[in-house]
Design a protein around this ligand. Structure first.
Ligand SMILES: [Zn+2]
Length: 304
């Protein structure tokens, strides 16, 4: 019996052409309840992770082999994430990480409708994000934003639609150069901003410069400073499907409407300085299940 169990556990080991993550076999074994051990067979779940050594801010990409007919759910900590089919018996889940998290081990548990379970430990590496001192005038510092804009933005970023609309790498949304990178931490007027990190990339460009859709998507949010978008300014949000969204802030002009289907590279607006902005630039945010992640992997190699 024991040898059978261990022979079955071997099947939990990630195999094939996908990069292997860091995992601890002993803990994988411990994480599988006895009820699931009985069910272990050729149908057992396999999990592969990329990148193999993620750092804070990266998107963790879990490829799951399961013979279940419905997509398995991934749980980690107190959150669960959906997966989506990517091929026969294959599903993919995207897990965001952010600079506000503590680096170290994450355990991902996958359960499918057949009752099969598997766990994988992934180490999320620390990363030094640049620190800036920002001094705002009392008038600017007093702007807190409106419930209207926060509620609208939160609802938009919570959208998870099943179809994957993007293909390949995400394009740069502006021809400008990056003036503030992802993840920067800040002191505002000398006070450390605990919950703050720069949730996107800033592209410096002149007012009126084109802003491009970074990938195919559906316009899920359009709103204006005049309606109460005090902080974001004139804003576009694109839904790329499966929990991936991008946002375009501080625009001077918006050329699309909610519900429009847009193509990668299409001009959707123009750079501006609406909302809280010290000068014309595009703030571009990249979100996975509502969390702002570093788009670097999405821009360089794409995540299929
Ligand atoms: Zn910004």
């Amino acid at each position: 019996m024991l040898s059978n169990i261990f022979a079955s556990l071997d099947r939990l080991l990630p195999v094939g052409r996908f990069a292997l993550g860091r995992f601890v076999l002993g803990q994988v074994a411990l994480a599988v309840p006895l009820t699931a051990l009985a069910a272990l067979s050729a149908e057992a779940i396999e999990i592969n992770v990329s990148p193999t050594s993620p750092q804070l801010g990266d998107t963790i990409n879990l490829l799951i082999h399961s013979e279940a007919d419905t997509a398995p759910v991934v749980s980690t900590g107190d959150r669960t994430y959906p997966s989506f089919p990517v091929g026969p018996d294959r599903y993919r889940a995207l897990i965001p990480t952010t600079p506000l998290e503590t680096p170290g081990a994450r355990t991902f548990s996958v359960t499918d409708e057949l009752g099969d379970q598997a766990s994988l430990n992934v180490n999320v590496g620390d990363r030094d994000f640049p620190i800036q001192d920002i001094w705002l005038s009392p008038e600017i510092n007093a702007i807190e934003g409106t419930d209207y804009e926060f509620d609208r933005v939160e609802a938009f970023r919570a959208e998870v639609t099943p179809d994957r609309l993007w293909t390949g790498s995400f394009l740069a949304p502006s021809n400008g150069s990056i003036s503030t990178p992802y993840g920067v931490r800040r002191y505002y007027n000398g006070e450390w901003a605990d919950d703050y990190y720069h949730r996107g990339l800033d592209y410096a460009a002149a007012t009126g410069s084109p802003v491009y859709a970074a990938a195919d998507g559906i316009v899920g949010l359009v709103d204006y400073e005049a309606n109460g978008f005090e902080i974001h300014g004139n804003t576009i949000g694109l839904n790329h499907g499966q929990g991936v969204t991008t946002m375009y802030l501080h625009l001077s002009e918006i050329y699309v409407r909610e519900g429009d289907r847009v193509r990668a590279g299409e001009t959707i607006g123009a750079v501006g300085a609406t909302g809280i902005s010290t000068g014309p630039h595009l703030h571009w945010g990249f979100f996975v299940h509502g969390e702002a992640v570093d788009p670097r992997d999405w821009q360089s190699q794409g995540i299929k």
